[in-house]
Design a binder for this molecule. Structure first.
Ligand SMILES: CC(C)(COP(=O)(O)OP(=O)(O)OC[C@H]1O[C@@H](n2cnc3c(N)ncnc32)[C@H](O)[C@@H]1OP(=O)(O)O)[C@@H](O)C(=O)NCCC(=O)NCCS
Length: 438
């Protein structure tokens, strides 16, 4: 293959180098396009734009492949834990026994929240959304650890290990605190003898007089959900983290922005939307068939289906789909929503509309059913995603901070009004503004 690409505009040829990633991903390096030709590329939604080079996660959406640092997600789901995967994602290699134990200890030691932050929690109205609280509190955390959040890249990188363990640990504590604050329950402190996910469930559901000990399969399911969400390449929230980091902002500010980006229903809010949708289908006495017809007419969206990158089964959905039964069995429960989900999946996978558009279940399709079974309220679902995604955000921040990459600053095609003179208030009559000229 040639190692350059040529673009012809009018009578002029412009030549650009080609780039090939370690998995054979091909790109045209257009960095000199504007300076050499005066043109920019237009790519609404960035579906064809590589915004960075990254060594963290590889996805082949056509084949349904996801790997963290080269390790297949299926192997990690089978044999690893969230904390080990977090280490792998952040530091690039699997830890040995000593490194893992040290890392887990560092995370555990950071679980406590300064009591001053309780007052901030108390200032939130009781109907606050936990994602809003989480983003605000992560940024606030940067104020309590100002030495780790200096916006001086060298200093922030020197303190990176500590900042990473503070965030990994405290995102979980803050999430549990936001839940308890809304329930009017006292905050519960983490325990030294519990693992990451078990401790989260303990902080969520224990009472001062009645400790909560989850079934091992429930703890494992939550750990698996965290692990499967730990990184996912240049999605909306991770790109946001990188964007903020590119301006030199500290890790705390960058991940707080990531939480806001994650909140929307097309991104991290989808797991919650799936359960709402399944419940509505159930309440309407539908088995999914009518809903699918509505989705095909564009009157509804089949939440938990479709993905910008996966044009094949999302490997994470496959793992969680299989795990659903296990969790329900461990809890001794049946959930009619799972039956509806299975039915929707069956119907959609054999329907031309979904086949032609390559719409398959994504990770959110089954995660919501597990989270509901575990007893988490709907508005905490996206928070769970945020806890899981924290290692990916941290690793991506580090990659930006360690690189010599320029501040991220896309261009645009301006399509607004051309130059016009300011109109004085006295001259703006009742029929202001004037109708736009065709
Ligand atoms: C994930 C998602 C935002 C990707 O969006 P995208 O890459 O911009 O894809 P588009 O919205 O352009 O969809 C392409 C086509 O498939 C259809 N489509 C996409 N997702 C669909 C869904 N969940 N249900 C029904 N139709 C869907 C679109 O209507 C469009 O049809 P058209 O070509 O006839 O106009 C989108 O599939 C979606 O909204 N899914 C539901 C939300 C969700 O589960 N999000 C979590 C992602 S992990």
């Amino acid at each position: 293959m040639e190692d350059t690409a040529t673009l012809r505009i009018a009578d002029e040829n412009y030549t650009f180098p080609l780039m090939v990633g370690t998995e054979g991903e091909k790109a045209i390096d257009t960095r000199s396009l504007r300076s050499s030709s005066g043109f920019i590329t237009y790519d609404d939604g960035y579906g064809n734009t590589g915004s960075c080079q990254s060594k963290i996660t590889f996805i082949d959406g056509e084949k349904g492949i996801l790997r963290y640092r080269g390790y297949p997600i299926e192997q990690l789901a089978e044999s690893s834990t969230f904390i080990e995967a977090a280490y792998l994602i952040i530091y690039g290699e699997l830890p040995n026994r000593g490194q893992l134990s040290q890392f887990s200890q560092n995370v555990l030691r950071q679980a406590r929240i300064d009591v001053g932050m309780n007052n901030i929690f108390e200032g939130f109205p009781h109907n606050s959304h936990p994602m809003a609280m989480l983003s605000a509190m992560l940024n606030t955390l940067g104020c309590y650890y100002s030495e780790l959040a200096s916006n001086n890249r060298e200093r922030d990188l020197e303190n990176f290990d500590q900042a990473a363990s503070v965030l990994l640990s405290k995102v979980r504590t803050l999430a549990a605190m936001s839940y308890r604050m809304k329930q009017g329950l006292p905050f519960i402190y983490p325990k030294g003898n519990m693992g990451y996910s078990q401790n989260f469930l303990h902080m969520m559901f224990s009472e001062p007089y009645n400790e909560y000990y989850p079934h091992d399969d429930v703890t494992k399911a939550l750990d698996l959900i965290f692990l499967l969400h730990a990184d996912h390449e240049q999605n909306c929230s991770t790109s946001t983290v990188r964007m903020v980091a590119s301006g030199g902002a500290n890790l705390f500010a960058s991940v707080a922005a990531g939480v806001c980006a994650l909140w929307g229903p097309l991104h991290g809010g989808a797991n919650m939307a799936v359960v709402k949708m399944l419940q509505e289908i159930h309440d309407a006495g539908d088995d999914g068939r009518k809903f699918i017809e509505k989705a095909k007419k564009g009157e509804a969206r089949l939440m938990g289906f479709g993905h910008r990158v996966y044009k094949n089964y999302d490997p994470r959905a496959k793992i969680l789909g299989e795990y659903c039964e296990k969790v329900l069995k461990a809890l001794g429960r049946k959930d009619p929503l799972l039956d509806i989900a299975r039915h929707l999946e069956q119907e959609a996978l054999s329907d031309d509309y979904f086949i032609q558009r390559k719409l398959y279940p994504n990770v959110d399709f089954y995660s919501g059913i597990i989270l509901k079974a575990v007893g988490l309220p709907l508005d905490m679902f996206t928070v769970i995603f945020a806890i899981g995604r924290m290692p990916g955000w941290i690793a991506n921040w580090k990659e930006v901070a360690e690189s010599s990459s320029r501040i991220h600053r896309p261009r645009q095609i301006y399509v607004g009004p051309t130059i016009r003179d300011y109109v004085m208030m006295k001259d703006r009559g009742r029929d202001w503004p004037p109708a736009a000229k065709e």
